[in-house]
Design a protein around this ligand. Structure first.
Ligand code: HEM
Ligand code: SF4
Ligand code: SF4
Length: 534
């Protein structure tokens, strides 16, 4: 079996934390699927929702800027005008701006926890995680500068604490905090700088978001339309029910006492007073460094990258299309064969999921060659070994209704025993392997057991498998394969109960089927050769 997550080392406390979180997410996601349908499960689209919320914040921010006055004196009154006489458009936009930002903090936090629980950040997959950390900083700086701009009592508090926090760095010449001691010290230029920051930092955030998804192919950056409408409707309802309002004009002659803090954006501000500036910076930098180092804590034991076998590659592009990590590209042919292109794998980007092997037209176990080779193969679990494993698994199957399981090692089927062949991803299974196993009578039925339907460990494995079986994606499952002898079960490692139930139900269904004539004929025809091949 290929090097896998099972032998990819992890520290015990981290593993336990992941298991706990994964179980929690499983419960939430099944609930969300029942409530919204699997396609609309918001947790499965949480990265896309974060993007969508960013756009809501950006559009509402641009709208607000038309009515906002950037002067220190007029800022508060222009915001009051927005929320008062103009509540029905600009006021609603203000609420959208605030609540969508808050929701973005929540969605990014859930996204981080979910990716962590799914272990989709280590080894070659470090990039998205690592580039996600600065996004948290940019998101917070955007929110904090936004609160500051309103210039109400909360803004005054934010300004005073932020200035004290920044003053420990001797980069500003004179202490910033001095700006907020008395009204006379308040500088309009400094306020303009804030406005600039509140526009520039979200733009940097957007650039960071674009960089964040550069190493994954077909990233989902838009939630399904219905989900987007539901989010907009929820924001509108909250905006009308509890409009975002200011907390009285800033007054530097008074110390703000009773403040309604935004606990999503400003949860650590009260700590600045109890821990001091150094303490808070220590916490922020410490947590950021720890998070940034996580993909290497501990180092991931990675399996060898996929390899192209030129004599079997015709440059058809299918592997390029299917690789979820942008690890393959087509390059000009180098071996003089009459094809314009050949596939080339970037070992630094390859996570050894095997999906490319499943997509290559040369990956067919029917080929009558002893040394079975394909256009692109996983050195840790080559196609030739896969065919042998399937034949060996068939020998383990006993009884009337022999069910072979082709399982993703990240799902419940990966823990099954007897007649099971595991893969780093179910999409590594070329559809012709199922045809092979059934037509050679190696099994009466095949279960393709993937990981969670809404949380595929290799991002696109579940989707590609479904499309190949439905005949909507090459290489598709041939029509002659009896569909009633094939079942797919999508179940996370913690859904073994449901996996067993679905497998038993499939076995029971098999009992009602007549064995098809071609299956037996083919089996008889191939028996001598299979025996010869061992
Ligand atoms: C503004 C904030 C963020 C946005 C908009 C965002 C958005 C996204 C999107 C759209 C994807 C692709 C999902 C897919 O189609 O598979 C993604 C993947 C990912 N993100 Fe984020 N993200 C953000 C912050 C973060 C943070 C803070 C972290 C963690 C520190 C993080 C870690 C990851 C990881 C590990 C992946 C998966 C990469 C893989 O599958 O190999 N993201 N993100
Ligand atoms: S094994 Fe193939 S599909 Fe998977 S990451 Fe590597 S090149 Fe891409
Ligand atoms: S799918 Fe196979 S034949 Fe097609 S480009 Fe990739 S390696 Fe070559």
């Amino acid at each position: 079996m290929a090097a896998s997550r099972k032998n990819a080392n992890d520290w015990l406390p981290l593993r336990l934390l992941k298991i706990g979180l994964r179980r929690g997410f499983d419960v939430l996601e099944r609930g969300a699927e029942r409530l919204f349908s699997p396609a609309l499960n918001p947790l499965a689209q949480i990265g896309a929702i974060s993007f969508f919320l960013f756009w809501i914040v950006a559009v509402s921010g641009i709208y607000l800027f038309i009515f906002f006055d950037t002067g220190i004196v007029d800022a508060y009154s222009s915001v009051e005008w927005i929320s008062g006489p103009q509540w029905y458009h600009a006021g609603v936009m203000r609420s959208f701006h605030r609540y969508a930002s808050d929701l973005m903090v929540v969605s990014v936090a859930v996204h981080l926890l979910r990716e962590f629980s799914l272990d989709r950040y280590r080894g070659t997959r470090w990039f998205s995680w690592f580039t996600g950390i600065p996004l948290i900083w940019f998101l917070y700086i955007s929110g904090i500068t936004g609160y500051w701009l309103v210039w109400d009592m909360l803004a005054q508090y934010v300004a005073q604490v932020s200035a004290k926090l920044l003053d420990i760095f001797p980069v500003f010449g004179e202490p910033l905090a001095r700006n907020f001691l008395t009204p006379e010290h308040l500088s309009s230029r400094f306020f303009s700088l804030l406005v600039f920051l509140h526009i520039a930092v979200p733009l940097i955030l957007l650039l960071g978001m674009w960089i964040h998804i550069q190493r994954i192919s077909r990233p989902k950056v838009n939630p399904p339309r219905l989900l987007a409408v539901l989010i907009l409707a929820a924001l509108l309802a909250v905006s009308l029910w509890k409009p975002a309002l200011s907390q009285g004009p800033a007054d530097l002659t008074r110390v703000p006492v009773e403040l309604g803090l935004d606990w999503l954006f400003l949860p650590l501000y009260p700590l600045a007073e109890t821990w001091g500036e150094w303490g808070l910076w220590g916490l922020l930098v410490g947590v950021s460094v720890m998070l940034a180092a996580m993909p290497w804590l501990p180092p991931f034991r990675r399996a060898p990258a996929a390899e192209v076998d030129l004599p079997n590659c015709n440059g058809c592009n299918r592997c390029v299309e299917d690789c979820p990590y942008e690890a393959i590209r087509l390059v000009p042919r180098t071996d003089g064969e009459p094809f314009p292109h050949q596939a080339e794998v970037s070992a630094d980007l390859c996570v050894s999921c095997g999906i490319c092997m499943g997509s290559c037209p040369s990956s067919t176990p029917f080929r009558r060659v002893q040394d079975l080779k394909t256009g692109i193969d996983l050195p840790g679990q080559p196609l030739s070994e896969v065919r042998e494993s399937v034949i060996a698994a068939a020998a383990e199957l006993k009884g009337e209704h022999r069910v072979m399981v082709l399982a993703c090692e990240h799902g419940a089927g990966g823990a099954d025993i007897g007649g099971v062949v595991t893969f780093p991803c179910v999409a590594m299974v070329p559809p012709s392997l199922i045809d092979f196993a059934l037509s050679k009578n190696l099994a009466d039925g095949i279960v393709v057991a993937g990981c969670s339907e809404s949380a595929c460990y290799n991002r696109l494995g579940v989707e590609w498998t479904k499309q190949r079986f439905a005949g909507a994606r090459d290489p598709y499952l041939r029509k002659r394969v009896p569909r009633d002898r094939l079942a797919t079960i999508w179940a996370s490692p913690f859904e073994s109960g449901r996996y067993e139930t679905e497998k038993e139900a499939f076995t029971a269904r098999l009992a009602t089927l007549e064995r098809t004539a071609p299956t037996l004929m083919q089996a008889e025809e191939d028996k001598p050769r299979l025996e010869a091949e061992g």
